[in-house]
Structure formats: C-alpha cells, structure tokens
Design a binder for this molecule. Structure first.
Ligand code: HEM
Length: 187
C-alpha cells in the first residue's frame, strides 16, 4: 500500500503522516468552523451582514481566522544565535513562544482590534497560519473549505442559530485546537 517507485514509508513515517493529515489537516479546520459559527451567533449583526452579502464570506473567513483563537500560543521556536528583538536580546538556545493571538490583535495593524468586523479591510494580515518556512502547508485548502462551508450556511440556512447555551457547550480544552466536541444548531 505505502510504497512509491519501490520507496517505502517506514511505519513511523506512515504514522506521522496520518497524524499530520488528521491533526493538522482535519481537526484544525473542523474546530475553526465550529468556533466561527459560535462567534457569529454572538454577533447577529455580522451574521445578518453575511446573509445579505454572501460575497463577503472570503473576507469574513479571514476575520474569523484573526479573532478565533485555535490554540493558546504559537509554536515554540529556539534561537540558534543571539537575536535582538524589540530592544531585548533573545540568547542562543532560548525557547520562545510567540503569542499569535496577541499579534492578531495588534492595534498597530488592526485598528480597534477587539472589534469583530466581517468588513475589516486588513483582516487577512493575521498570523493564524504561521509565517516563514513553516507557513501552513494546508492554508489554501483550509481557506477554501471554510469559505465553501460558511457560504453554504449563510445561503442555505440564513436562520441558523446555536441551540445550546454557552454554559452547555462541550469544549475540548485538552485538544491542541481547544475545539468543541459538538455544536448543536437549529435553523
Ligand atoms: C483553520 C485551519 C488551519 C490552521 C489555523 C492552521 C495553522 C497552522 C499553523 C499556525 C502552522 C505553522 C506551525 C509552525 O509555525 O510551526 C501550520 C503548519 C502546517 N499545517 Fe496548518 N492549519 C490549518 C489547516 C491545515 C490543513 C487543512 C492542512 C493540510 C491539509 C494543514 C497542514 C499543515 C502542515 C503540514 C503544516 C506544517 C508545515 C511546515 O512545518 O512546514 N493545515 N498550520
């Protein structure tokens, strides 16, 4: 099954590939979609805006990627040499956790950053897919999936509502994406 031109994946390579596809490729987008629907349910004016103007969905997906926090922080990075950063020296060998959620609410980039606005012009400047050599390999696919799903929801179920109170939601705090076990909706 798992060979190409005689080059076989080892058992460990096969396992890590499956973990990547399910963890990085499926759980992330699934969690992002459920949390996006939940956030929109807290902002009925923004939902109504999308129902009235579904062409805004691609921008709304970027704004949702900016404000919906999938994890607690970014991926850890270790400095290979001393680095000057914002007036601080990060010494070689030090591990840093970039807090992507804070960067996504940087008022120098996103005016009035705590305002959730599907019309926001600079929404796509978020760092939710990372940056640099490890930029998310699946970003175009994730964007497409989120756009297709949200477009279908606003056009086919304009009356969509979340059918659970906030204190009934089943969170998965142990998961990397801090997703929901399920999200009950009605329409
Ligand atoms: C909303 C959905 C998604 C989000 C928010 C997301 C986020 C991220 C982030 C932040 C990174 C960078 C990690 C780092 O800096 O080390 C990353 C890497 C990666 N993502 Fe995604 N991702 C999503 C969907 C996907 C999908 C759908 C796939 C595959 C089909 C995927 C595959 C990967 C892979 C393979 C990497 C590693 C890239 C590398 O290290 O070179 N992701 N993702």
């Amino acid at each position: 099954m798992h060979d190409e031109d005689g080059d076989r994946l080892s058992e460990a390579e096969l396992l890590i590939t499956v973990m990547l596809l399910i963890g990085a490729g499926q759980e992330t987008t699934m969690a992002q979609l459920a949390k996006s629907v939940l956030l929109l349910s807290h902002h009925p004016d923004q939902w109504a805006r999308l129902v009235a103007a579904p062409d805004l969905v691609p921008n709304a997906v970027e704004e949702l990627l900016r404000v919906v926090a999938l994890g607690h922080a970014g991926q850890p990075r270790m400095a290979r040499e001393d680095v000057e950063f914002s007036g601080q020296t990060v010494e070689a060998g030090t591990t840093v956790f970039p807090v992507v959620n804070a960067a996504n609410r940087d008022p120098a980039v996103f005016p009035d950053p705590d305002r959730f606005d599907v019309d926001r012009g600079e929404a796509s400047r978020h760092l939710s897919f990372g940056r640099g050599v490890h930029f998310c390999l699946g970003a175009p696919l994730a964007r497409m999936e989120l756009q297709v799903a949200l477009h279908a929801l606003v056009t086919r179920m304009p009356g969509l509502r979340v059918a659970e109170r906030d204190d009934e939601l089943a969170w998965q705090p142990e998961s990397l994406t801090r997703g929901l076990r399920r999200l009950l909706i009605t329409w």
